[in-house]
Structure formats: structure tokens, C-alpha cells
Design a protein around this ligand. Structure first.
Ligand SMILES: NC(=O)c1ccc[n+]([C@@H]2O[C@H](COP(=O)([O-])OP(=O)(O)OC[C@H]3O[C@@H](n4cnc5c(N)ncnc54)[C@H](OP(=O)(O)O)[C@@H]3O)[C@@H](O)[C@H]2O)c1
Length: 325
């Protein structure tokens, strides 16, 4: 059943984050008014705490109730941040999903014909999944160790939605975006992902006149990257057309070695120094690329942005804004 989003009251957790800002644009483009999009900020609603989640459902729309929850809020980061915070990342991501889904049920989301959209992560896949990763392989092994706590917490949310579908007929959707990049990404070197980290390193090294940049690992691992605007469209499409949490990959359909990625970013930023690899640092999962067949079939969705153009726009945004405040 296709849900028309215009007129729906939507709780968008994480809506002020990187992906969230782009989802807001896509909801507006569908005619959803700003008054019907409630974004709980962490300073007002720490969603790892059940009482805050109860308050969120009670107060988000004054005398009315939410029809749709799009749950993006997460505590996330790159390899370094995942290695430093395995306990916190498991707890925070598990607790947020646990409380939001159960309190949504108690708040009458199911009786109102509402829906819960959970954004998962490619970190849920087994470390040695055959490439391209197919959704049917999600339970066929343990994830790459550095991001397993985060990945497993996100995967448990999928299990919870499926259990709630079976027992309570809760309607939901579950999508797994691959690594994202684009304007409004996190450029903080302590917690950023590989593309914003590389862009920042190259731009700053260039400004200082450095002779080299140091990159983690060997460059041998490969990754897939999806432009954030394409991901936002896929998630909103899932909110419209899905009624069950069948996991759906959102990917760009290509894979690039980190070594080639670094060379491309060096070229696009104009940095003229050397690239030095630090093999004492981990490479992470050896290969990552998603099958996008299901997204095409179930959502009628396909990534539109070419990789070079997406990188150009991201670099231009970083040069103009110096990261987000
Ligand atoms: N970025 C990627 O490459 C990628 C790839 C696959 C999947 N995803 C998924 O996409 C979603 C969004 O990621 P993102 O990159 O946009 O992350 P982000 O920029 O770090 O945004 C995360 C948001 O979550 C909110 N949040 C964190 N902890 C919270 C808490 N305890 N209570 C309430 N809100 C909290 C933050 O709210 P405040 O702004 O109020 O602090 C923030 O806006 C996540 O679920 C992530 O797993 C991301």
C-alpha cells in the first residue's frame, strides 16, 4: 500500500544530522509542512532514556499524534570511534530503537495505521559476505569486529520490528544504506568517516603547504559510497511504499579501492604532496559493495549521482562552510 506523506505527522529522529537534513528536504518536496515534521534534538530528548521517548510521543504534536516515525538518530563514527566506544555504541543504538519502537506501539502508532522506518547499516553484514552483499546473507556470520557492536545493535532493531509485525501487525520499513558522503557530513577528524576525513586532510595540508598526508591502513580495502541525497530519496521512498521490515540495501552499485579513492580526492582538491600509508592502522572490512536489485524492485529506486560529481559538490561545500557547526 502506497502511503501519501502529505498531511502525515512525522517524528524524524536525528533530523538535524547529516542524513536527516537531506531527508527534511525530500519530505518538503513531497508537500510535508515543517509543522508536521518534529525533530527531537538530543539536548531536549536523550532517546536512550525511556522517559524521554515517552515524553516525545506525548508532546511532539500537541493534541495530535504521530503517523510516521523515521528513526535516524544514532551514535556513529569511523573505525577509530567504533574501537574507542564499543559499549556505548551498542547501548545507545540498541536503547534508542528499543524505546522508540515499544513506546510507539504503546502510544497507538499501530492502531492509527502508522509506520516505523528504521535506518540500518551495512556494518550489520558478516565480515566475509560474498560481494555484492545480498540481504539474504545478513545472518550468515559475525560482522567485522571493529564495528560489530554498532552493527549488531542496528540488526537487533530489524529483528524487533519483524517480531512486532508478527505479534502486533506493526507496519515498518528497514533500509541499509552503504557509506554515505555529501554536504553536511561530519568533518571532525575524531569521529568522521573516510571521505570527509580525506577531504579535510587534503584541504588543510594544501593550506599549510605540507609535503605529505598520512592515511590509515594499506589502501587495499574497497568500499562503496552513496551520495547522501540519493540515500534520503531511498528512505523516503521506503516510508511511502513498504509495510514490512524486509531489509533493503541502498547502495550506489560500484566499489572503489581506498587507494584509488585517496588519489581521486587528492586530484579533486588539488593537493600536490605525497600520500603516506600507515599500515599499523586497521583497514576495516576487506570489501564492501551492496546488491541493489531489491531496492530497484521493491522501491523503484536507483542512485542518480555520479561519484566524481558527488565528491566535487562535497569538497565545494566543505571549502565554503568548513564543516558543520
Ligand atoms: N553516515 C553514514 O555513512 C551512514 C551510513 C549508513 C547508515 N547511516 C545511518 O544513518 C543515520 C544517520 O546518520 P548520520 O550520518 O546522519 O549521523 P549524524 O550526523 O551523527 O546524526 C545523528 C543524529 O542523531 C542524533 N542523536 C544521537 N544520539 C542521540 C540521542 N541519544 N538522543 C537523541 N538524538 C540523538 C543527533 O541529534 P543532535 O543533532 O540533536 O545531537 C544527530 O542529529 C544513522 O542511523 C546511521 O546509522 C549512516
Amino acid at each position: 500500500m502506497h502511503d501519501q506523506l502529505t498531511g502525515k505527522r512525522i517524528i524524524l529522529t536525528g533530523g538535524a544530522g547529516f542524513l536527516g537534513r537531506h531527508i527534511v528536504e525530500h519530505l518538503r518536496a513531497r508537500g510535508v509542512s515543517d509543522g508536521n515534521i518534529f525533530i527531537p534534538r538530543r539536548r531536549d530528548f536523550d532517546l536512550t532514556d525511556m522517559a524521554n521517548v515517552q515524553r516525545l510521543y506525548r508532546t511532539a504534536f500537541a493534541n495530535a499524534k504521530a503517523d510516521l516515525v523515521i528513526h535516524l538518530a544514532a551514535e556513529v563514527g569511523g573505525i577509530g570511534a567504533n574501537r574507542a566506544n564499543p559499549g556505548r555504541y551498542f547501548y545507545a543504538n540498541m536503547a534508542m530503537a528499543l524505546h522508540l519502537i515499544e513506546q510507539g506501539r504503546l502510544d497507538g502508532l499501530i492502531e492509527r495505521g502508522g509506520k516505523f522506518v528504521q535506518v540500518g547499516t551495512i556494518c550489520a553484514y558478516p565480515k566475509f559476505t560474498p560481494v555484492p552483499f545480498k540481504e539474504d546473507d545478513l545472518w550468515n556470520g559475525y560482522p567485522e569486529e571493529t564495528n560489530a557492536p554498532y552493527g549488531v545493535a542496528k540488526k537487533a532493531a530489524w529483528q524487533m520490528l519483524d517480531a512486532y509485525r508478527i505479534q502486533y501487525a506493526m507496519r515498518s520499513a528497514y533500509v541499509l544504506p552503504v557509506n554515505l558522503y555529501g554536504p553536511w557530513d561530519n568533518f571532525d577528524l575524531e569521529s568522521s568517516h573516510v571521505i570527509p576525513a580525506l577531504i579535510r586532510k587534503c584541504v588543510e595540508a594544501q593550506a599549510r603547504g605540507d609535503q605529505e598526508i598520512v592515511c590509515w591502513g594499506t589502501g587495499a580495502a574497497s568500499r562503496e559510497f552513496l551520495y547522501v541525497d540519493d540515500a534520503a530519496e531511498g528512505i523516503v521512498r521506503a516510508a511511502e511504499v513498504m509495510g514490512d521490515p524486509t531489509p533493503i540495501n541502498l547502495g550506489a552499485g560500484f566499489e572503489i579501492k581506498i587507494k584509488d579513492l585517496v588519489e581521486l580526492i587528492v586530484k579533486l582538491t588539488g593537493f600536490e604532496g605525497r600520500i603516506v600509508w600507515d599500515p599499523t592502522k586497521p583497514d576495516g572490512q576487506p570489501r564492501r559493495q551492496l546488491s541493489v536489485e531489491k531496492a530497484a524492485r521493491l522501491l523503484g529506486w536507483k542512485a542518480q549521482m555520479t561519484f566524481e560529481e558527488g565528491l566535487r559538490r562535497t569538497i565545494a561545500w566543505y571549502r565554503a562552510n568548513g564543516g558543520r557547526a
